[in-house]
Ligand binder design. Structure first.
Ligand SMILES: O=C(O)CCC(=O)C(=O)O
Ligand SMILES: [Fe+2]
Length: 365
């Protein structure tokens, strides 16, 4: 689409990149344009397999959006926060606890972090169809076609190629995961925009600078559009938090619980968190754009035993197969519970939440 035909919206200007030398995570970079051919997929599959086994995170480049298209996505991402009144936000707030779904707004101060301090971030979540079973605030109405194109880009140009590579890494038919991630099937795979607001020094102290507690994502694959404000950290295999560095126009991809369960622990749902940005980025907001993928709702999250790789390497289970939840059960249990209670402290770092069939989910401060 030529830029002149797009509806005019304010330009979101993010903070400049940090000049600080932080302890960066050393994540592999996958050129996803190579996944267009069978030979390319065969070459990429081991790279993605190793990334998901060691870090649980990697970057994608050459996913098909120009820098200008990505900039436009961040302008769109800010609209539900900067162009919608508080009153309208309340009207479109999701009934998260009741429905176990994030559709709509998650308003500020919904989650408990630490010492009575609650979060300072808003999300707006759109079912990937954009218009089925969901209404949107006035300011988003002119943007619905672009939002639908964004969801389809994530689903078909990024998610499906990644799922093919992950299936190949398990020596399974390459459409094994694609077949259970239908765009049109019943399920909650969604687009999320997120805005973090700067906090008071007191809030920073009481939470030890944590803006979003350490967690795993509950779906299969999360796609995050890289942005300049450094705040995302991942827990490395050596148990140290490392920062995710910004790469312009790249995507940061990670596996969640669903992928860990289906792969019998072969692919890691890595713990990550969001903390106060470095001093040279203080005082800025931080806008994020994401695609949170999970399988179709009716898929039971049992290990894919037919994988020759799992037969050789062994399977780790969090549930006995007969007790394993479907994606619908797992997402509802985790969505409803997240951040709603002062969690049981196991030690200074780990807190625990009992979710479903006795399975314990850990949160990290
Ligand atoms: O804002 C970020 O960089 C990460 C957010 C996140 O981990 C989440 O929403 O699950
Ligand atoms: Fe996350």
């Amino acid at each position: 689409m030529p830029a002149v035909t797009l509806p005019a919206i304010p330009h979101y200007v993010p903070a400049p990149e940090t000049a600080e030398e932080l302890e960066w995570a050393d994540l592999p970079i996958v050129d996803i344009s190579k996944a267009a051919t069978p030979e390319g997929r065969a070459a990429l599959a081991p790279q993605v397999r190793d990334a998901m086994r060691t870090h649980g995170f990697f970057y994608i480049i050459n996913h098909g959006y120009t820098q200008a298209q990505t900039d436009r996505i961040f302008d769109i991402a800010d609209v539900p926060f900067s162009q919608v009144t508080d009153e309208e936000k309340k009207r479109f707030a999701g009934d998260i606890k009741q429905t176990g779904s994030y559709r709509g707004y998650k308003l500020r101060q919904y989650w408990h972090i630490n010492n009575g301090v609650r979060d300072q971030l808003e999300h707006y979540n759109l079912h990937r169809s954009i218009t089925e079973n969901q209404e949107h605030p006035q300011a988003l109405q002119p943007l619905l076609p672009e939002l639908r194109a964004f969801a389809e880009h994530n689903h078909y140009d990024v998610l499906h190629p990644v799922l093919r590579l992950l299936a190949l890494g398990l020596e399974l038919p390459e459409d094994t995961f694609v077949n259970i991630h239908g765009f049109k099937e019943k399920g909650e795979t969604y687009v999320r925009f997120m805005k973090y607001y700067p906090r008071t020094p007191e809030e920073e102290t009481l939470t030890n600078k944590v803006w979003l507690k350490g967690h795993t994502d509950f779906g299969t694959i999360t796609i995050l559009y890289s942005q300049p404000v450094s705040a995302l950290q991942i827990l490395s295999p050596d148990n140290k938090w490392r920062w995710v560095r910004h790469i312009p126009n790249a995507l940061v991809v990670n596996a969640g619980d669903g992928m860990e369960f289906l792969s019998g622990g072969f692919y890691r749902a890595t713990i990550h968190r969001v903390v106060q940005p470095p001093a040279d980025q203080a005082g800025h907001t931080r806008v994020g754009a994401f695609y949170f993928a999970m399988t179709d709702d009716d898929v039971k999250l049992v290990p894919l035993k037919e994988s020759p790789v799992l037969q050789r390497e062994g399977i780790t289970r969090r549930f006995a197969d007969e007790d394993a939840p479907t994606t619908e059960q797992w997402r509802k249990a985790r969505t409803s519970a997240y951040g709603q209670s002062e969690l049981k402290k196991k030690d200074d770092i780990v807190e625990e939440e009992v979710i479903l069939n006795g399975v314990v989910v850990k949160h990290y401060n």
